[in-house]
Design a binder for this molecule. Structure first.
Ligand SMILES: Cc1cc2nc3c(=O)[nH]c(=O)nc-3n(C[C@H](O)[C@H](O)[C@H](O)COP(=O)(O)OP(=O)(O)OC[C@H]3O[C@@H](n4cnc5c(N)ncnc54)[C@H](O)[C@@H]3O)c2cc1C
Length: 451
């Protein structure tokens, strides 16, 4: 009798270069894909609104791809520790495969499930490396500690064997004779309604592996040669825009790495950005409280003033009167994305000109970014705030007007996203840049004393 293989999809919504799926295909039994919407396991961070939108569409596409191959995607909701063993029993599965996750609550869940499945001795449970180029426990300093500075971290990674070549998509995936019951994706209500604010996301993005691969090809054919020169210009569009693809695992970093290397272009700068992604995830692995606790403990002494909600709201809505900041916040709200340079400027403005705790900004980005993930978002916020690993020094405060002059000199980006910000109808800035900078530096003295 057939004993199907379950493939538990998580942040790896793809068929190509998916080691868990490959293991299932190689096992030669029917393959059942499953995705669990887990809002019940302790400590797992609930997805933000933009992420839920992306997940809905990406799951719909994954389901179609699996059924084109002959298999099926089963959707279930609940604590994974209940759902996965129950599905194993229901389908009489002989094996469960998944690709690893690196947050602490997720690792606890996964380890518990692996143990419970293996205990009776009848079910094979195996996990694979599919989402990071280097496993976090393999990159250590000579003294055996995790790296806290990017350059030596990346140099150490580059000394390790080159990331493996991507695995091809399985040619076919035989499905089970009886399809297990599946939730209706729509019933999960991942899409916003009342109001539906997702129009701009739909205009900008087509979630799913097919569009992801097309984007990778287009980037390598058209933009990568110009990447090092123009990656900081928000209106130029020469960056890859692959971050949501990597976030949801529609593309694996191995595929992106090898496609870039074999493109023949100079790709060192681009690869080192993939290195920052690795660094953020390795940091999360070693510091699981990344979204809530300052990596630099001296920063706990920072005297954040009482939150002024009107200031936070003005920032969230792009109504600060600082054109580049307002343009960035409008791009974010409209499309679920913001260019990296502008992310740095808007984040710096929140923390260092409005003196609002970086965690409030991180929460807003978490809710509004389609690429929000539990490592890169808090890691980068801590980097900008100056509280993080290898962070920008606190006193290096971005001046949003100078940044605009340098990186958006003809105002193309600002005109696109905040057209009113440059003309007669421009708002008054909600803070004086020079005064607020001085206040931030004075507050930082407390950190210096504590450090
Ligand atoms: C305050 C703040 C919050 C951020 N939050 C996130 C987040 O939640 N998710 C996220 O993926 N990125 C985040 N970033 C990093 C970065 O802004 C985005 O990864 C990048 O803008 C995505 O655009 P791209 O794909 O065109 O990048 P490219 O320049 O084409 O880079 C290629 C890939 O490298 C990775 N990468 C690039 N820059 C960084 C970086 N600074 N840190 C980590 N990885 C990087 C991304 O996976 C990206 O897709 C944040 C940055 C800041 C300043």
């Amino acid at each position: 009798m057939a004993s199907p293989s379950l493939v538990w999809f998580r942040d790896d919504l793809r068929l190509a270069d998916n080691p868990a799926l490959r293991a299932a295909a190689d096992r030669g039994e029917p393959v059942i894909g499953v995705y669990v919407l887990d809002e019940a396991s302790p400590g797992i961070r609930p997805l933000g609104g933009a992420a839920r939108w992306w997940l809905h569409h990406s799951l719909a596409e994954l389901g179609e791809r699996l059924s084109d191959k002959g298999s099926v995607l089963v959707l279930r909701r609940g604590a994974a520790a209940d759902v996965i063993p129950a599905l194993v029993a229901e389908t009489e599965a002989g094996a469960v495969f998944w690709n690893r996750r690196y947050g602490a609550p997720e690792r606890t869940v996964d380890a518990g499930i692996k143990e419970s499945l293996r205990a009776p001795g009848s079910v094979e449970a195996a996990s694979f490396a599919g989402s990071l180029l280097f496993e976090p426990w393999t990159v250590r300093t000579g003294a055996g500690d995790p790296y806290s500075v990017f350059t030596p971290f990346w140099n150490a990674c580059r000394q390790l064997p080159t990331p493996r070549h991507p695995l091809p998509e399985p040619r076919e995936l035989p499905g089970p004779r009886n399809h297990p019951a599946s939730d209706d994706l729509v019933s999960w209500q991942l899409l916003p309604r009342h109001p539906d604010w997702s129009g701009g996301l739909g205009e900008r993005w087509t979630p799913g592996e097919g569009a992801a691969r097309a984007r990778l090809r287009a980037f390598l054919a058209e933009d990568v040669a110009d990447y090092d020169r123009s990656r900081d210009e928000p209106a130029g569009g020469a960056t890859s825009q692959l971050s949501p693809r990597l976030r949801w695992g529609e593309l694996s970093p191995f595929e992106v790495w090898h496609a870039a290397v074999s493109s023949g272009a100079r790709v060192g700068g681009f690869l080192s950005e993939l290195g920052w992604r690795e660094f953020a995830w390795h940091t999360l692995f070693h510091s699981p409280d990344l979204a809530t606790k300052n990596l630099r403990h001296a920063f706990d002494a920072f005297p954040w003033p009482a939150l002024r909600p009107s200031m936070l709201r003005a920032w969230q809505r792009g109504e600060t009167g600082i054109p580049l900041v307002d343009a960035g916040m409008h791009e974010l709200w409209t499309t679920g994305f913001m260019h990296n340079r502008v992310r740095m400027v808007t984040a710096s403005f929140l923390v260092k000109n409005l003196l609002i705790d970086w965690r409030r900004g991180e929460e807003w980005f978490w809710d509004t970014l389609v690429d929000a993930d539990e490592a890169n978002n808090p890691f980068n916020w801590q980097w900008v705030a100056g509280s993080g690993a290898d962070a920008a020094p606190y006193f290096r405060i971005f001046n949003p007007e100078l940044q605009a002059k340098k990186f958006d000199p003809d105002g193309r980006y600002v005109r696109e996203w905040a057209p009113d910000a440059l003309g007669d109808r421009a708002r008054e800035p909600i803070v004086d840049l020079a005064e607020s900078r001085k206040a931030a530096l004075a507050a930082y003295e407390a950190v210096k004393r504590a450090g």
